[in-house]
Design a protein around this ligand. Structure first.
Ligand code: SF4
Length: 258
């Protein structure tokens, strides 16, 4: 369908359930010439990339990657610093700022965001109100709750990857680290070596995992040694998958999982 009145219609996709449902809902119910956009960090799991490709095919439109130019590992090296809860520069530099810069250049535009009706606060990739950019929240307008989103996706046979965040995200749960080690040992090792490189450069120990979060080792080398002994965290993502109501409970932050 041709673009209307020169206004761009932009849908930001993290690949999580809400933005996936939003994109499919818009394509079905308000068909127009959308520009679908994602903000890869360069540290996505292979299943996430596959999901974007599949979704692009379902939408009949390529999903445009908007990036910072450098990925997560390059920025860790540049800052000699791992992102963490207190220094969460990764989301800002890899997702929010590149997206906001790009979106500002698209004005006049409508930016569609997948916030639901059962979310009271504004979170996620919500562009600050500026001239020329109008925000819309169609899931909220339609009264979609989390259960409605899952039902909508299930009716269309759409699977969401268990994780849509970075492979080495500091925010992930212990079970997700276990799953990363099990399913992608090369990525686990790369994160482990990155921890050790930053620690060496800064002369003290830095880890992706918060040492006070649980009683397991914080450092990935020691954590891997525990996994190799056969220790399995009590709530791995695989176990979570067995319980439908909880199957997608991951440690991902809201911006990175919308
Ligand atoms: S997924 Fe985690 S590491 Fe990646 S940008 Fe988001 S908060 Fe940062």
């Amino acid at each position: 369908m041709p673009r209307q009145s020169g206004v761009q219609h932009v849908v930001a996709l993290s690949g999580g359930k809400d933005s996936t449902a939003l994109a499919l809902w818009l394509a079905e119910n308000e068909p127009r010439d959308y520009q679908f956009v994602c903000t890869p960090t360069g540290d996505e799991l292979p299943e996430m990339i596959e999901h974007w490709i599949k979704l692009g095919k379902m939408l009949g439109s390529r999903i445009l990657p908007v990036t910072a130019g450098k990925g997560l590992s390059a920025l860790i090296e540049q800052h000699t610093m791992l992102p963490n809860h207190r220094a969460r520069w990764c989301t800002r530099q890899l997702k929010l700022e590149p997206y906001y810069r790009w979106l500002a250049q698209q004005a006049p535009a409508v930016s569609y965001v997948g916030l639901r009706a059962d979310e009271s606060e504004r979170q996620g990739m919500v562009f600050p109100e500026t001239d020329g950019i109008t925000m819309r929240f169609p899931l909220r307008e339609q009264g979609f709750t989390e259960a409605d989103v899952w039902a909508f996706l299930d009716e269309r046979g759409v699977e969401i990857p268990a994780r849509t965040d970075c492979a080495r995200c500091y925010h992930q749960t212990l079970g997700e680290w276990w799953r990363l080690w099990k399913m992608h040992p090369d990525l686990f090792e790369a994160a482990m070596l990155e921890e050790e490189w930053v620690s060496e450069q800064r002369g003290e120990t830095y880890t992706f995992r918060n040492p006070s979060r649980d009683s397991w080792p914080a450092g990935l080398r020691d954590l891997r040694a525990e996994f190799e002994k056969g220790r399995v965290p009590p709530r791995t993502v695989q176990q979570i998958d067995m319980f439908r109501g909880e199957r997608r409970m991951t440690g991902a932050c809201r911006v990175c999982s919308l």
